[in-house]
Unconditional design. Structure first.
Length: 561
């Protein structure tokens, strides 16, 4: 099949460029009612029969470019049966340990603001698998009807591929192929594609240099260490596998010198221009925290002035980012550099579109504050702010700690934590305890990708957090097996420090009932008030639910009930 690009695109100097006369297209809303999910019954049952590594855990070495790595050949063969849909439009391919989802959202909104028809593919999802795909200018989840019709169209080819591959095709591979097919059928102007695991052997890494507008590598961290070779260096090699011959690569960072050199060495071999979001010509600062209808935002200045093979320039004052924290400001800068890179390649991307796209971006589960109405659904009176954040690595714990310190510098803080078993639990705990010391920590459990095989027992988490606290000289007081009970097993009223000692009260720590429920949030609210000597009723403090995107999903599911 001959590659089919939108008519607004043209080739110039070997680079795919967009005409400045590309028309604004009317986006189609993909949001639908709750009952829409019922239309996906047969599709979800079909997908549930496929091997799902998000549920079972990724095998050792699976993401490396080695004999143990995932077989990209079967992905290419599946796409060939579907007509190679990924070759029909230009793509921006984004990899990274953290930040790739936020960067993809920022960039997608920038391009939508400019009037382009955008396809965005990301993972994981929170409440519905439809969240992984968005098409058009709206940015919401693909409709159930569109996904069902697409599956009906492709099912025969998928069945044939599964049979020919002896059942080895995975859930992620099939769904990735369906997203590429939908983008082709919807005639998107550009696809923003987030890699799943690593980069080199990820199912998304079938995008060729002829279709790649730009590659983006946000960060390199230790997540999925075993699956990606066992070291930060091997992880960097895996992620740099998305760099393609002659196509620009934007790197986020900051990276250590040796990690950045690995990426730059790969770019040198492929003769790919490198744009760094940490270039000395870039300056970004947070001017302060404001509130819009009680929800916080950070006001930022972003200045980009890079010379060289791809000169980039923009100057944005007082950009109001709904995603909080220095890490999200850096993700915004990375997306900004990518948009400017596309502009240098000939795409029509205005400064106004960059600003509007950055400001409109919000993502469930990334430093998300619930509204008072949502708090009331959970049974709270709104006195305590509720923050949900899917942090689950040491780096993301540090970022979350900074956000907590910014938005709640003085009031009492409670953490509710549930995690998958394959994370760096001790490092995660140590980071959150090294910032604003929480008054209450409740450990719980939640399902991971619809199963419990990867759930970390709450009792094990309690032991880890107790050890991390003692290691930092934090005195702890256990509160029994079920802090949701009206009568905890210790008298919390007697845990306040003696007047005039200057010594903080012990940190309350205990296991919550499993699985996670709204009762645990209500228990945290009660414990916060009692730990604050009764004065918490006025201030309320902050309750943060974190440790996994699946924990975030559990909270959001409570709001749906």
């Amino acid at each position: 099949m001959v590659a089919r690009f939108p008519a607004s695109l043209r080739w110039s100097g070997g680079l795919l460029r967009a005409s400045s006369s590309s028309p604004r297209r009317r986006g189609v809303s993909a949001m639908a009612g709750r009952g829409e999910e019922a239309q996906l019954g047969g599709f979800l049952e079909y997908m549930d029969r496929l091997r799902n590594y998000e549920r079972s855990g990724v095998p050792r070495g699976a993401g490396t470019d080695s004999d143990d790595g995932f077989d990209l050949g079967r992905m290419r063969r599946l796409l060939r049966r579907l007509g190679d849909p990924h070759t029909h439009y230009p793509s921006v391919h984004i990899a990274g340990t953290k930040g790739k989802g936020s960067t993809a959202a920022f960039l997608s909104n920038i391009m939508r603001e400019q009037g382009y028809r955008v396809g965005c593919y990301s993972s994981p999802h929170l409440l519905t698998i439809r969240e992984r795909i968005s098409v058009g200018q709206h940015g919401g989840p693909v409709s159930a009807a569109s996904l069902r019709d697409l599956f009906d169209l492709a099912k025969e080819s998928i069945d044939e591929s599964i049979e020919s591959e002896n059942g080895s095709l995975t859930h992620f591979e099939v769904f990735t192929a369906l997203s590429f097919l939908l983008f082709s059928r919807e005639n998107v102007d550009v696809a923003i594609v987030e890699a799943g695991l690593g980069g080199a052997r990820d199912a998304t890494n079938v995008i060729r240099n002829s279709e790649l507008a730009a590659a983006v590598i946000t960060t390199v961290g230790k997540e999925h260490l075993a699956a990606l070779g066992g070291s930060l260096q091997s992880i960097a090699v895996a992620k740099s596998g998305i760099i393609k011959e002659g196509r620009p690569v934007v790197i986020g960072g900051p990276f250590s010198t040796d990690i950045e050199q690995i990426i730059r060495d790969r770019a040198f071999l492929t003769q790919s221009p490198v744009i760094s979001a940490c270039d000395t010509g870039i300056r970004s600062i947070t001017r302060g925290i404001g509130r819009d209808y009680a929800k916080p935002y950070q006001s930022c200045d972003i200045f980009v002035k890079i010379s060289g093979d791809m000169p980039l320039y923009v100057e944005l004052h007082d950009v109001k980012l709904q995603l909080l924290g220095d890490h999200q400001r850096q993700n915004a800068v990375t997306a900004c550099c990518t948009a400017l890179c596309l502009r240098e390649l000939g795409w029509n991307v205005s400064d106004a579109s960059i600003r509007a796209g950055l400001e409109k971006t919000q993502l469930p589960g990334r430093s998300q504050f619930l509204t008072q109405d949502e708090a009331s659904v959970l049974g709270l009176d709104g006195a305590s702010a509720i923050l949900i954040d899917g942090a689950h690595t040491e780096a993301s714990a540090k970022a979350l700690s900074d956000v907590i310190k910014t938005v709640e510098p003085e009031g009492p803080v409670a953490l509710i934590v549930g995690m998958a078993s394959d994370k760096e639990h001790l490092a995660f705990a140590a980071q959150l305890l090294s910032g604003r010391r929480p008054d209450v920590v409740l450990l719980t459990e939640t399902g991971i990708a619809g199963g419990t095989a990867r759930s970390m027992p709450a009792s094990s988490l309690r032991d880890i957090w107790t050890g991390a606290a003692l290691g930092q000289g934090i005195e702890c007081a256990g509160i029994g097996a079920n802090p949701g009970d009206e009568a905890p097993t210790v008298n919390i009223d007697h845990l306040a420090p003696a007047a005039g000692t200057g010594k903080p009260a012990p940190m309350l720590i205990g296991c919550g009932a499993a699985p996670f429920s709204r009762d645990l949030i209500k228990a945290a609210s009660r414990l916060l008030r009692r730990a604050d000597g009764g004065g918490g009723a006025a201030r309320g403090g902050l309750i943060c639910v974190t440790g996994s995107m699946h924990m975030v999903a559990a909270v959001l599911q409570q709001l749906e009930q």
